[in-house]
Ligand binder design. Structure first.
Ligand SMILES: [Zn+2]
Length: 252
């Protein structure tokens, strides 16, 4: 079996639509060809994102519209098959993450390789969170619903201050995994801009806020009382700084 033969059957393999002998032939090729095996893993991951989006979560209309628009702009005239849509979503996310991550990495390289790689992971996670089904595990604009949700799920109790009066609307929270940490993520919104606030315990001295930007995304890092924080958004830097000041003031 050639690589082209295998690639054309990956989607059907994923969906269990191949005959047993065809499936075995593709599986054998995947066992021998790391490039096709990697392609299959990426397809599986993309499919997983899409499935989660369909099952668990209705994206806010603004987000849904922007994702649909992005997909529409990339579509060719013909109505794409399911595989094409999957690859488009994967490609769109992958390219955005790769481009933005490398720039972020460059921007914070002076702070050492660890910070650079954490910034890249936070940014990748932020972009991933904007795909359907990834933004929130607990959806609520009530602090008293969101804060207790983290109990027993992460080993810190993140600050979840109500900031509606400053026009930063609480959307909910989720768990994420960044830099080998289970991270608490508290999600806010201003207009159509999502703000993800990541936090996890990290020993070391307090550090003042530092901002870095890349491709329209902005990250603010700070550390206080043994907790490392990252806020990520495409909100403009001035408003994001205002948000961080309010959020950090409410922290433990
Ligand atoms: Zn191959």
């Amino acid at each position: 079996m050639t690589c082209d033969d295998a690639r054309s059957r990956l989607d059907a393999l994923l969906d269990g639509e191949l005959s047993p002998s065809d499936a075995a032939a593709v599986q054998q090729h995947l066992g021998e060809c790391s490039a096709c095996a990697r392609a299959f893993e990426e397809l599986r991951a993309a499919s997983h994102w899409l499935r989660e989006g369909l099952v668990h979560y209705q994206a806010p209309d603004v987000l849904k519209a922007s994702i649909q628009r992005a997909l529409r702009e990339q579509q060719t005239a013909a109505r794409p098959r399911r595989t094409v849509v999957r690859w488009l979503m994967l490609a769109a996310a992958g390219v955005a993450i790769a481009v933005a991550s490398s720039a972020i990495t460059y921007a914070v390289a002076r702070r050492g390789s660890r910070s650079a790689s954490v910034a890249g992971e936070v940014l990748a996670s932020h972009i991933r969170s904007l795909m359907p089904g990834h933004l929130i595990d607990v959806a609520s604009n009530d602090t008293h619903n969101v804060k207790p949700w983290f109990d027993g799920r992460v080993n810190l109790s993140p600050a979840v201050p109500p900031l509606d009066s400053a026009n930063f609307v609480l959307v909910g929270g989720r768990l994420d995994y960044v830099d080998s940490h289970a991270a608490a993520v508290v999600v806010y919104r201003r207009r159509q801009h999502v703000i993800n606030v990541y936090s996890w315990p990290e020993s070391g001295a307090d550090e003042a806020t530092r901002q870095t930007s890349s491709n329209g995304y902005h990250l603010v890092y700070w550390r206080r009382a043994g907790i490392e924080y990252w806020a990520a958004s495409d909100l403009n830097p001035a408003e994001l700084a205002q948000f961080v000041a309010l959020y950090a003031r409410a922290g433990p």
